[in-house]
Each structure stands twice: as structure tokens, then as C-alpha cells.
Design a protein around this ligand. Structure first.
Ligand SMILES: Cc1cc2nc3c(=O)[nH]c(=O)nc-3n(C[C@H](O)[C@H](O)[C@H](O)COP(=O)(O)O)c2cc1C
Length: 329
């Protein structure tokens, strides 16, 4: 599939997740087979105020990640236009606009899924962004604000009309947040309504789920979010065919790579939270995980954290390599 001139090589890719899909995690997901990666939401106001954390920590990516989509979050053209331009100048290959975030503190200021409420107003913002962007421009939407306002098709058509290059649909309403099952037929409705590429998202936990979504809805690309938490190997179709010992070795390599990247990319007070969170997910579903997690989150340094994990990991039974759905953890 192509998004504008950017080729997306492969069916499944990592979904943007705030606090999770930073450069270190995106890189390991990419190395496991994620077809393209997207940054977590980057606040347009922070970008335009030259906030250092927003500009140089959250928007940071590795050259090996390219092509990379950087996702922007905002409520008006005054911040979204210069913010998107800044991300483009930093080398983003795709600019993605977040129109799906359901969190109240985001939507009450008109950002995220609140952008789906006033379609004519949002059309003007998208037009203004389109006018300054030379790289492909995409949006990520929900099915609508609530069950009474299921307007994903209307929003998708509007976006196509103003020159948006591709759309991702997560078919839950804002009111649903993350509960219940996503209704994939809304993805099919969007695919049928527009001529630009559509990426499907929602409750995909494996490559076979991704293929099922593609077959049922007609999408050529699928995003995996919670199903990739603690499981970047979900993007590698060969993983399922490995023996338990081979899976354990594969996981060990990925975990080592991930922790090395965290150490390289983050100052310790930031990276420590990342390292503990991901290591705790990597252990999901294995023996004595509760006790391990208590110990892990009590560590104060990278070194201590890694040592606790290494001791635990060396003691687990490799044949228990199947992990439960991390979203439930
Ligand atoms: C912790 C968390 C953070 C998220 N942050 C973002 C974000 O920054 N931008 C975005 O577009 N979606 C975000 N999402 C939504 C996911 O990208 C995805 O649409 C949603 O989780 C549904 O897909 P899934 O069922 O595969 O998890 C987030 C989801 C979670 C669970």
C-alpha cells in the first residue's frame, strides 16, 4: 500500500500509543516487522511554544525508523499548521492528525475525537494543514462521538475532499473509550465510501486477526495497539512457528535490544519508567509475575532494574512462552 509516495511494506503496523510508542519501542516493533511506525500524539501547542520536552523528547525518532509518521494533536489551525510544519521540517515522512483521542482533558479543549463533532470547522483546519504540507497527510478517527453521532463516513469523505492521503479508523465511539468490541463493519463502510487508502484498527491481537480484518473489511493496512504491548513479535509471522526455546531466545534478543535503546535514548529518570513498564509486560503470563513486578517497580536505577529482570528471566520456564492479552493486564 502507498500513502502518497510512501510505501507501507507489510500488512500490520504499530498503532500510536501515548507513553508507549516512543522511538525505542517503535524501533523494536519495526525490527520485528511493523510495516511503518507512528509516533505517539505530539501536542501542537507544545510544539509552537517551543516546549523542549514536546519538541525534542516526544517528537524524537531514529534515522533507521524512516519512513516515519509523526502524529500531531491540536484543536485549531493557529497551532496545528505551524506545529505540523515543524514536524515536517524535522523529517517526518507522513503527518498524521489525531482525531480519535477520547480522554476528557483532551476532548474538552476540542482536540482528539472532539474534532469529529464539528465537521465544517474541522474541514477548514484540515485544508489549512494540507496547504502547507508537502509530505503525505493522514488522519486517525473513531466511528463517531457517540452512538447517536456515527459520522466516520462523513468525516472520511470530507477528508478525502480536502486532500488527505489516507485514513485510519478505530471503530469505537468516543463514549465507548476502549470498552466493548470494535465494530469492524464501520471500517468497511469507510473503505466503500472513499478512494484513498484506509487502515483498520481495533482488537487485532495477531497476524491472523490482521488478515481476517483485511479480508472482512477490504483494508490493505492494519494497526495493532494493545495487542503489541509486551509483544512486539506480534508483527513477525514466523514467530508462531518457533519452538518454545526458540521463542524464548527471540524474546530475549528483543528485550535486550529494547533496554539498550531505552538507555541510549532517555535520561535515567525518564527511561526507568519506560524500562520497568515494558519489562513488566514482557513477563506477562509467566510464573511468579506478581512478585517479580513488585520487586521490579521498587528498583531505583537502570542497573538494578535490569539485574532484577535478568534474575527473573533466567528462572522462568521457556515453554511458557505464550503470553495472555496484555490489554487485560
Ligand atoms: C495507552 C494508550 C495510548 C494511546 N495513545 C494514542 C495516541 O497517542 N494516538 C492515537 O492516535 N491513538 C492512541 N491510542 C489508541 C490506539 O492507537 C488504538 O487506536 C486503540 O488502542 C485501538 O487499537 P487496539 O485494539 O489494537 O489497541 C492509545 C491507546 C492506548 C491503549
Amino acid at each position: 500500500m502507498f500513502i502518497g509516495n510512501v510505501e507501507v511494506k507489510g500488512l500490520a503496523r504499530l498503532a500510536p500509543m501515548a507513553g508507549i510508542s516512543n522511538a525505542a519501542y517503535r524501533m523494536v516493533a519495526r525490527e520485528c516487522g511493523s510495516a511503518l511506525t507512528t509516533s505517539e500524539e505530539i501536542d501542537a501547542t507544545g510544539l509552537t511554544r517551543k516546549n523542549t520536552k514536546t519538541r525534542y523528547d516526544i517528537a524524537k525518532y531514529l534515522p533507521e525508523e524512516k519512513p516515519i509518521a509523526l502524529q500531531i494533536l491540536g484543536a485549531n489551525a493557529e497551532t496545528l499548521v505551524p506545529g505540523a510544519q515543524w514536524l515536517q521540517d524535522q523529517g517526518a515522512d507522513i503527518i498524521d492528525l489525531n482525531m480519535g483521542c477520547p480522554v476528557q482533558k483532551i476532548t474538552k479543549t476540542g482536540r482528539g475525537s472532539a474534532m469529529m463533532k464539528d465537521v465544517p470547522k474541522t474541514a477548514k483546519i484540515l485544508e489549512a494543514m494540507r496547504a502547507v504540507l508537502t509530505v503525505p497527510f493522514t488522519i486517525k478517527i473513531r466511528s463517531g462521538w457517540d452512538e447517536k453521532h456515527l459520522n466516520a463516513v462523513e468525516v472520511a469523505k470530507m477528508a478525502e475532499d480536502v486532500g488527505v492521503d489516507a485514513i485510519t479508523v478505530h471503530p469505537r465511539t468516543r463514549t465507548q473509550q476502549f470498552s466493548g468490541l470494535s465494530k469492524w463493519d464501520m471500517i468497511t463502510q469507510v473503505v466503500d465510501a472513499v478512494n484513498i487508502p484506509v487502515t483498520g484498527n481495533g482488537d487485532v491481537k495477531s497476524m491472523s486477526d490482521a488478515k481476517r480484518m483485511a479480508a472482512e473489511t477490504g483494508v490493505e493496512s492494519v494497526m495493532i495497539g494493545r495487542g503489541a504491548m509486551g509483544k512486539p513479535w506480534v508483527f513477525d509471522e514466523t514467530f508462531e512457528d518457533l519452538s518454545p526455546e526458540e521463542k524464548y531466545d527471540y524474546q530475549t534478543r528483543v528485550i535486550n535490544r529494547h533496554t539498550e535503546l531505552i538507555i541510549e535514548l532517555f535520561p535515567e529518570h525518564v527511561g526507568l519508567i519506560q524500562m520497568q513498564k515494558h519489562l513488566s509486560w514482557y513477563a506477562g503470563g509467566r510464573d511468579r509475575v506478581r512478585q517479580f513486578r513488585v520487586e521490579l517497580f521498587g528498583a531505583d536505577t537502570y542497573e538494578e532494574t535490569r539485574a532484577i529482570f535478568d534474575r527473573y528471566w533466567a528462572s522462568v520456564d521457556p515453554s511458557m512462552s505464550e503470553q495472555p492479552n496484555m490489554a487485560a493486564v
